[in-house]
Design a protein around this ligand. Structure first.
Ligand code: KOT
Length: 796
């Protein structure tokens, strides 16, 4: 490693000299990546060595998605060399920023759940905790979104770059995973052992990625498994070409929306492949007697996608290691813990028993036995039929993965206070009554090193110049900024930083989307997956209402605003795709209207991704967090905006409530139905949108435009939106909340006009954001669930 810019430059130039195409930025990228890899690998080996020597308890975070974003810049930052590498390269005539942009972005996740896993990886290593990721090495990440005539189209992506990639193939650690076949009784060393016959085997090859902790020497591992053809014989009658094709599919690409792809055999294959390969490796590499596993290993399952870890660990302990059920169950039940990320009915995983039984016969037998024993246990309890149903793992030919995950784990957590409460009192009430000590809350957090330090170096420098740099290691120290909340010089500097970031984004928008936006206007952003409950529809209908009013009311000349959207729709999610088209249609009309464009601009950033998010969060004034109350488990974008000084315009949902708890109602704009009210309406089925529209002429106009006027092109392009709003009685309460939303916008706009007061709100938000660092979240997991701090007691 280099301690100075000069040493770095010397070494860099020497390496560049050996390359052919010295002038190309691609070569520079390749040389720099190779250097960073080398620096990392020494520490990586040392970290592993130390973990072994100290016999530290290890955490494995099982997740079907890891949305890492670009790695080079983050590693430079965490290695604490970003500054001098950037300067050194500049002196040699290269722009580090441009070099970083050459890295193919690993988009191995869909959104919140996958990005959370990536933030957790950063925090684990930065807190010097022994925590590693286990996932899949999809060849293609999330699709690339391309707009054609305002519609989303999808193009496949390939992020894997075998030459420059960060991963190391660990061929020697490969293993074969069986699918299909049938179970026959067998005997081994005088005990019964189920034998799997005629299985189809898929080879799992691990690729290890270094996870570099901040300013420390800790380098943890993200292990991603790749599916390849096994050398074992094929079952009789299976054509080789079909086998090869099906095998390649297993890690060919990420599913673009878990909740919509439920029931697909390939998805189930992916899940078992991940669980089995990871668990077999963990059990094999343990350095303790098997009976002590739970004291040496913790496994966190990121939602239910890896819940097959529960029966698979049972299988390994019993069938491979000869343990009895009770002992094995005790170990599983003290090793695995589960995080729930959603209460949306359609996202709760269910598998058909027959599919599970066919693909994974032994695993299905074990699930049946877990279910049988659990039913036996609850038999004595005075429960009605409905309550028994809610406690069933297998019911009516369906396996309920969330129930399996709760029964098989020692801790279950929701991801924000409200979400956990809803789990406990409603969604999982019966399970919580049965296991009162399992359920607890751990509110999400985000890696402030990526979302503030890396994404917003200008703001980071300003913070450091005011309060020192302790906040980088201890984000709670951002509190110190309160001292500056009334300091006019600081507030002006803060405003200057915001304007600079807005200019940078405006330049990006001009270059990439050919739209000119005014950096002095309010930048109001909603960036997240497109989904009914997230209510991008309410946002765009409100903009259309503003537009109508500008045209009809000569006295209405509001302060200029730029509305920024970003997000992808699942390819098969018709409604969400229509919302995208609608936003693009309104954008076209408004941006090209000579009067309206003085007040409103709309930009839909194409192909939203982690690296684009890094540009948008720092440049935003307003953070749109407008989900239907009770539906957004937590949200994490809300935290990224807050760290960058944007003010939340949001509903009483997810972690928004905790943001408001931190900053006070005066420093956020909160509106709309509460979760309790939404749930009451749902229960009583008493919400009837026509009652509302009837009394609101501006709403009538926008509905008319939408359903038969300027926004509907008569070709059925908005039939799913129409269906939701009209035929389904607006299940996400868009029309119910839209007037309050408009009022909240008005309050916000008048607040913005007093720029010092706005900056003061901004300071309060940044100062209170430390608690939303994933360092805090990970420390809570470690203390309350994994207990990584403790040296195993048998060593004391
Ligand atoms: C998707 C399918 C099944 C189960 C869960 C999901 C899921 C949930 N995907 N992303 N989430 C989001 O997770 C984030 C991290 O906890 C939350 O902040 C967000 O509210 C969830 O929607």
């Amino acid at each position: 490693m280099f301690s100075s810019k000069e040493r770095f430059k010397e070494n860099f130039v020497a390496r560049l000299e050996q390359r052919e195409d010295k002038e190309s930025l691609q070569t520079v990228y390749s040389v720099l990546t190779a250097m960073v890899k080398e620096w990392t690998y020494d520490d990586w080996e040392q970290t592993n060595q130390q973990y072994k020597e100290q016999k530290r308890k290890q955490l494995y975070y099982f997740s079907i998605e890891f949305l890492m974003g670009r790695i080079l810049g983050q590693n430079l930052m965490n290695l604490d060399v970003h500054g001098f590498v950037e300067e050194g390269l500049k002196e040699l005539g290269f722009d580090l920023h441009a070099i970083e942009e050459l890295e193919p972005e690993p988009g191995l996740g869909n959104g919140g759940l996958g990005r959370l896993a990536a933030c957790f990886m950063d925090s684990l290593a930065s807190l010097q905790l022994p925590g590693h990721g286990c996932g899949l090495r999809y060849k293609g990440g999330l699709f690339t979104q391309v707009f054609q005539d305002g519609f989303q189209t999808e193009q496949p992506t390939v992020w894997i770059d075998e030459k420059e990639g960060w991963g190391i193939r660990r061929e020697e650690l490969s293993l074969d995973i069986p699918f299909f076949g049938s179970i026959e009784p067998g005997i081994e060393s005088n005990r019964l052992k189920p034998v799997l016959k005629d299985a189809e085997w898929i080879k799992a090859v691990p690729y290890d990625y270094p996870i570099v902790g901040a300013a420390g020497k800790t380098v943890n591992t993200l292990r991603l498994w790749q599916a390849e053809v096994s050398s074992r014989p094929l079952p009789k009658g299976k054509p080789r070409t079909l086998y090869e094709q099906e095998t390649a599919e297993v890690t060919d690409r990420l599913y673009p929306d878990a909740s919509l792809d439920a029931g697909k055999i390939l998805r189930l294959k992916q899940q078992y492949f991940l669980c089995s390969a990871s668990l077999q490796t963990i059990v094999k590499n343990r350095d303790c007697p098997l009976s002590d596993l739970a004291r040496h290993v913790a496994i966190q399952i990121n939602d239910t996608h890896p819940a097959l870890a529960i029966p698979e660990l049972m299988r390994i302990l019993m069938d491979e290691e000869g343990m009895q059920w009770e002992e094995a169950w005790g170990i599983v039940n003290h090793t695995i813990s589960y995080t729930n990320h959603t209460i949306l009915e359609e996202a709760l995983e269910k598998w058909s028993s027959s599919l599970l039984e066919r693909l994974l016969p032994r695993i299905y037998m074990i699930i049946q036995e877990i279910d049988r024993r659990f039913k036996e246990k609850t038999q004595q309890e005075p429960l009605d039929e409905w309550q028994r149903k809610k406690l069933a793992i297998i019911e009516n030919g369906v396996v309920h993965m969330a129930t399996l995950a709760v029964v098989g784990s020692y801790k279950v957590n929701g991801v924000a206070k409200l979400h956990t409460e809803i789990l406990k009192v409603r969604e999982m009430k019966e399970l919580n009554d049965h296991f009162p000590h399992k359920f607890h809350n751990i509110t999400n957090g985000v890696a402030h090193r990526r979302w503030l330090l890396k994404a917003n170096p200008e703001l980071s420098s300003l913070i450091t110049s005011a309060v020192g740099d302790e906040w980088i290691r201890e984000p709670i120290k951002l509190h110190k900024l309160h001292r500056f909340s009334k300091d006019p010089a600081f507030l002006q500097d803060l405003q200057a930083v915001k304007i600079a970031k807005k200019r940078q984004l405006a330049d990006y928008i001009k270059t990439h989307q050919d739209i000119i936006v005014d950096p002095e206007s309010v930048f109001d952003a909603q960036i997240k997956r497109i989904h009914g409950y997230k209510r991008q529809l309410m946002n765009i209908l409100h903009i259309q209402m503003l537009y109508n009013r500008i045209l009809s009311d000569r006295s209405f000349r509001p302060y200029p605003r730029t509305f920024i959207f970003g997000g992808k729709a699942a390819p098969s999610y018709r409604y969400a795709k229509e919302v995208i088209k609608l936003i693009n249609t309104v954008a076209d009309q408004v941006n090209n209207d000579p009067l309206a464009k003085k007040h409103l601009h709309i930009v839909f950033i194409e192909d939203y991704s982690v690296s684009k998010a890094e540009k948008i969060f720092p440049a935003s004034d307003v953070s749109e967090q407008i989900s239907t109350a009770s539906k957004e488990a937590s949200g994490t974008g809300n935290m990224k905006f807050m760290m960058n000084g944007a003010i939340t315009l949001g509903t009483f949902d997810g972690a928004n409530l905790e943001i408001v708890e931190q900053v006070g109602e005066d420093n956020a704009f909160i509106f709309g139905l509460t979760a309790r009210q939404v749930m009451q309406f749902e229960k009583e089925q008493s919400y009837y949108p026509p009652d509302i529209i009837q009394h609101e002429p501006d709403l009538q106009l926008v509905m008319a435009q939408l359903l038969e006027g300027s926004l509907s092109d008569g070709e059925g392009n908005i039939s799913a939106i129409r269906n939701q709003l009209v035929d389904c009685n607006d299940p996400f309460f868009v029309l119910k909340d839209i007037q309050q939303y408009g009022k909240a916008h008005e309050r916000l706009l008048s607040a913005f006009e007093n720029s010092l007061a706005w900056q003061e709100m901004s300071v309060v938000n940044i100062a209170q954001s430390g608690i939303f660092s994933s360092d805090r979240t990970i420390q809570e997991y470690s203390d309350e669930v994994w207990q990584l701090g403790r040296v195993p007691s048998n060593l004391l």
